[in-house]
Write a protein that binds this ligand. Structure first.
Ligand code: NI
Length: 149
């Protein structure tokens, strides 16, 4: 069990950078996933992206149908035109809640923890969490959706 410190603050460079594609799913990446799993469980989060633990790599965990699921190199290949706005928080922005519009349904392609390609169609909360985590890999945070005024 290794709970990693979660980086906070909306201007932290690692949270604002574009994360690097994982070239190969190594044992080291699998260890990162295990540690991130321990971390998100201990923080009671719905998801966690590697930049939040200081690793600028395209790895995240997202709660999908109640299971904390690792996604490596996730790509959202389709988004529904239908959008829905709901409040989101983020482990990196304690105390901040933002109403974020997201696509109601998505398709996401990714590698699983064994490096095997997967594709899933998700709706509702599951789709929202994955969109939030993929945003992290692009350096996008929920505060970026805050409307002015
Ligand atoms: Ni977040």
């Amino acid at each position: 069990m290794a709970v990693l410190p979660v980086i906070t603050g909306q201007d932290h460079p690692v949270l604002r950078g574009q994360a690097k594609v994982v070239a190969k799913v190594t044992k080291e990446i699998q260890k990162l996933i295990r540690d991130m799993h321990d971390t998100v469980r201990s923080e009671e989060g719905a998801g966690l992206a590697a930049p939040q633990v200081g690793r600028s790599e395209r790895v995240c965990l997202a709660l999908i149908t109640g299971r904390m699921t690792p996604l490596i190199n996730p790509v959202i290949s389709w988004k529904s035109a239908e959008m829905e706005t709901a409040e989101e928080g983020c482990l990196s922005l304690p105390g901040i809640v933002v109403a974020v519009p997201r696509a109601v349904a998505i398709s996401v392609k990714y590698l699983d923890a064994k490096g095997k390609p997967q594709e899933r169609k998700l709706r509702g909360f599951d789709a929202r969490v994955v969109q939030h985590e993929v945003d992290h890999l692009e350096g996008v945070l929920i505060v970026d959706y805050q409307t002015i005024g």
